[in-house]
Design a protein around this ligand. Sequence first.
Ligand code: FAD
Length: 461
Amino acid sequence: MRVSVALFTADLRVHDNPVLVAALKDAERVVPLFVVDTGIRRTGFAVPNRAAFLADSLADLDAALRARGGRLVVRVGDVVEETCRVATETGAAVVHLAGGVSRYAMRREERLRAELAGDRRELHVHEASLTVVPPGALTPAGKDKDHFAVFTPYFRRWEGFSVRGVLPAPDTVRLPDVRTAGLPGPQSLASGPTSPGLPTGGESEARRRLRSWLAGPLCAYDDQHDDLAADATSRLSPYLHFGCLSPTELLHRAREQHNPGAYAFVRQLAWRDFHHQVLAARPDAADHDYRPRHDRWRRGALETEAWKEGRTGYPVVDAALRQLGHEGWMPGRARMLAASFLTKTLYVDWRVGARHFLDLLVDGDIADNQLNWQWVAGTGTDTRPNRVLNPLVQARRFDPHGEYVRRWLPELRGLDAATIHRLPDLDDATRADLDYPARIVDLAEGAARFREGRGIGRETS
Ligand code: FAD
């Protein structure tokens, strides 16, 4: 009897899952395996918000497999050792795995390949699992160019890529005789409190959200995605990060809609692939400047604390950081202006902000988080690296009625939009009745720090 292992990592789903489909095609019996990887815990990447979402997702995956006659097999320990142990115990000839792009995922893959080969077993890596276009599949013309460093030309090629079709969920999954640990609870994955407004994880919830997103709000995405109060983005990012939803299926389903909202949305999926292909080619960009600007970052410990707590005195920045604490999530526009404020107004190293985001974001992802932070800081792939997002201009443009601010800063609920927008410039006497901090930095002073630290002229938007 032929046995294979489908090792789940960031693809916690039964629909459109190349790893599971290939494992089933390969063998009569399949071990759907998840290893609670003690190595990840040591990296600091396992945090309560993502642990809670992961625990939900594993329970949901187990239920989906049980509905097909199988179940999820769980082991705890080093992912390579445990996978090899399962392969030996069940006599599996092949292990199937989705190709990852972080240094951690790449090392895991290398180690697994070597260990399995030593035992005359094979590793099959499926590259078109976690992104629409496999990292490395598109490269610019020219010698030695292994990835795209600029989004627009990448997107032009990405749009023309022949994307694989959507794979059906299997009807039946039959396991060999194999022992399993119990499903992990969130506290066994990472201890500590979670954000109160965390979404529920899992493929069932992902598919429910997908259906309602496609049925209505997607249509208005182009016009509304930057409107902070409208909350008009898909909120699918955590489901994509954990692979509860396949980006390929999402792409096909969005393209079927044929409206400007869908086009704009698909473009965002390309950004996700773009960052993944950069990280795959430059794994060190997770913590090293992709394009060094010779910054002399400030430490600014007190200011950084105020930023993390949402007490900078700039209401829209504070609202963004408070939403992050409450939901473990924030819309892209809020992420951009919060990140710009830290790196280009306080002039604090992007790694400090990226770490804080990773501590809380339920969709926290090495490729998307680190490379977006670098993009905003100007050390990444932005072609205008020195642009500064002015929080007053951004607030008037993307929260004109002050609704987003009032939602997240209860202490400002009684104020009208005009007052909210002027708050950072009001003197102490005028602000006396408010339980809200004075601004921690003057924008002109912040801009001067940035120019001086980086040694440049100025662009603003
Ligand atoms: P939508 O607007 O509905 O977009 C749909 C999907 O497209 C998203 O779910 C996401 O998968 C992808 N997407 C959209 N914008 C981007 C982008 N700029 N880069 C890459 N993919 C994108 N995204 C993460 O998934 N994880 C992170 O850790 C993360 N950190 C970020 C940090 C900073 C400083 C910034 C500026 C952006 C970050 N993003 C991150 C990208 C983006 O902000 C989020 O993906 C998006 O806000 C999630 O909300 P949504 O699902 O409603 O997005």
